[in-house]
Design a protein. Structure first.
Length: 239
């Protein structure tokens, strides 16, 4: 599968993965766009913006609570595990748009969560931020300061956490190989990360069951699933 570039892969020191919802699809977590995507069923502007939250905080919280339960019941799949395994052989970073924590649960240690985490909450007003440890007695939950708590995720129109974004650009701009997995690359600014890597001359690999706007710019673009492809890729790199 990777014969053409296997030498480059073996020589590589620093490998960066950019991941999206597609990598967790085989763990039973729905993607956003595409056939069974969440945005087919729900209007993102009614659930994933700060205006939507202030309009109907209970509705938004119920949606996130349902997704959080599904995510906590899910397990990392061979795609996540293969990436974690590669840390034994190479310097690996994961720049993920996912909020599900599955890379960390698979054992990856350098994970940059570009769109936050469904496992944490933050206050809409003060600096309070914490892990969710149990289910809430009321929705929306309230902060000690009396204001509403919200999921610690990045909604449309909001900035990405600046320290995470800065590190992500540094990682993308300095890697030898970038593997872009399971993302439609429809959402900015995360969809710029492959551009930074390409500018640095990185070997570019895409793993996606469908074509994306960057497919033609890749050294290899594989139309196959993350869980079936990443273990093969990782064994080629670590041989
Ligand atoms: C498989 C597979 C398998 C399936 N194996 N592959 C107009 C107004 C306001 C904003 C904007 C605007 N125009 C542009 C913007 C900017 C906006 C944006 O990009 N919008 C576009 C949609 C047009 N971006 C933002 O607002 C960002 N912030 C920002 O830009 O700040 C500056 C700014 C401020 C003010 C105004 C304007 C700019 C923030 C973006 C936040 C995105 N948030 C979400 C929700 C997070 C929380 C949650 O989960 O609820 O993040 S949206 C959703 O999309 C989620 C994802 O992380 C993100 C990306 O999706 P992803 O991961 O690519 O998933 P899919 O479903 O799209 O693709 C899955 C892929 O997997 C597919 O390609 C499949 O083929 C593949 N696949 N199964 C391998 N088994
Ligand atoms: Zn507060």
């Amino acid at each position: 599968m990777f014969e053409k570039i296997s030498n480059q892969l073996k020589k590589a020191e620093k490998i960066v993965f950019v991941t999206g919802a597609g990598i967790s699809q085989e763990s039973g977590i729905p993607t956003f766009r595409g056939k069974d995507g969440l945005w087919r069923k729900y209007d993102p502007m009614k659930l994933a913006t700060i205006d939507a939250f202030y309009e109907d905080p209970k509705l938004v919280w119920e949606w996130y609570e349902e997704r959080r339960k599904n995510i906590l019941a899910a397990n990392p799949n061979p795609g996540h595990t293969a990436i974690a395994e590669l840390e034994k052989y190479k310097q690996v970073s994961v720049l993920t748009q996912n909020i599900d924590g599955l890379h960390q649960r698979a054992g990856s240690t350098r994970v940059y969560e570009l769109h936050g985490s469904i496992i944490t909450i933050k206050c809409t007003v003060c600096d309070f931020k914490d892990k969710i440890v149990s289910s809430f007695s009321q929705l929306p939950p309230l902060c000690k300061c009396g204001n509403m708590l919200r999921p610690d995720v990045v909604w449309f129109g909001e900035s990405l956490p600046q320290d995470v974004w800065k590190s992500a650009i540094e990682q993308a701009s300095s890697c030898d190989v970038m593997v872009v997995v399971g993302t439609s690359l429809a959402v900015s600014p995360a969809n710029l990360l492959p551009v930074y890597a390409k500018q640095n001359g990185a070997t570019m690999i895409e793993v996606n069951i469908e074509q994306t706007p960057m497919s033609s710019s890749m050294d290899i673009s594989l139309r196959s699933s993350a869980a079936s492809t990443l273990p093969v890729l990782v064994s080629t790199i670590s041989e």
